[in-house]
Design a protein around this ligand. Structure first.
Ligand code: MN
Length: 263
């Protein structure tokens, strides 16, 4: 069954009651990618999403946590065969994370290399103040036919956006991004079938409470206005983009996520 809406980047394991948040997203028909921030959190996230219709878990290693959790890269590699979704990964060059930037780059290069070797992974990638470095690493380590990249909350320049499009990247945008000029410009300039929605909940808020996947409905309305299309057309285009993205990685990998565990 096709989902009605898409939240391609959300942290449902960080909500006070992840089971409820997951059930809610599933019932609302929101195709939700719930990302993991440390490799150690993966088994629980996989277990939480084992029987969901629309919610999938991604195996991540958040750039802001790489320094503290550097010994978990081997754990990340061990779990990779269990999923077709990878994230949250990427680089963060905000001043407080700059000390670990070289380590972040080594970890991201390794993750991209593993994904390229495995093939058929879909990655949700963070690139705060580091769009160029992230695109350089993607270009070097992940050929477009070896995996698909969704740039989450992308704030690169126009030229960097064009380069990301050229590299075959998709973009997931949230309501907060559309509150500033650069974010609005990004969604207007993107070619067709590259745009997805996200909430990045619980790190964004809607009327003073953490965003939940169903809140993407409001983002679709904003996008429709900006792209001068109807809400229905916009929702359909996002569904089609998701379909195309998922179709580009074979479903065999997906079944392994739902398949049985060894006894
Ligand atoms: Mn995030």
């Amino acid at each position: 069954m096709i989902a009605k809406y898409v939240d391609f980047h959300c942290h449902l394991d960080l909500y006070p009651d992840p089971e409820v948040a997951i059930a809610e997203a599933d019932a609302a028909g929101v195709y939700t990618l719930t990302v993991t921030t440390t490799p150690r959190a993966w088994p629980r996230n996989l277990a939480l999403t084992r029987r969901t219709k629309h919610v999938r878990a991604a195996l991540g290693f958040h750039p802001q946590l790489v320094a503290e959790h550097r010994d978990e890269l081997a754990t990340w590699e061990k779990y990779l065969p269990e999923t077709r979704y990878v994230g949250e990964i990427g680089l963060d060059a905000q001043p407080r994370f700059c000390p670990s930037l070289e380590l972040q780059k080594r970890v991201l290069a390794r993750i991209l290399t593993c994904c390229a070797e495995a093939g058929n992974k879909i990655l949700t990638v963070h690139s705060i103040r580091s769009a160029k470095a992230v695109l350089d690493l993607i270009e070097t380590h992940l050929p477009p036919d070896r995996g698909k990249v969704v740039l989450h909350w992308f704030t690169g320049s126009k030229a960097e956006t064009a380069r990301a499009v050229e590299l075959g990247c998709f973009f997931s945008v949230n309501a907060r991004m559309l509150g500033n000029h650069r974010g609005r410009e990004l969604v207007v300039d993107l070619p067709g079938l590259r745009l997805l929605t996200e909430t990045d909940g619980p790190f964004t808020e809607v009327s003073g409470r953490p965003s939940r996947p169903a809140d993407v409905a409001a983002t679709v309305q904003q996008l429709a206005k900006l792209r001068r299309a109807s809400v229905k057309e916009t929702a359909i285009e996002i569904q089609q983009t998701l379909q195309q993205l998922l179709a580009s990685v074979p479903p065999e990998t997906e079944r392994s996520q739902l398949g049985s565990q060894p006894p």
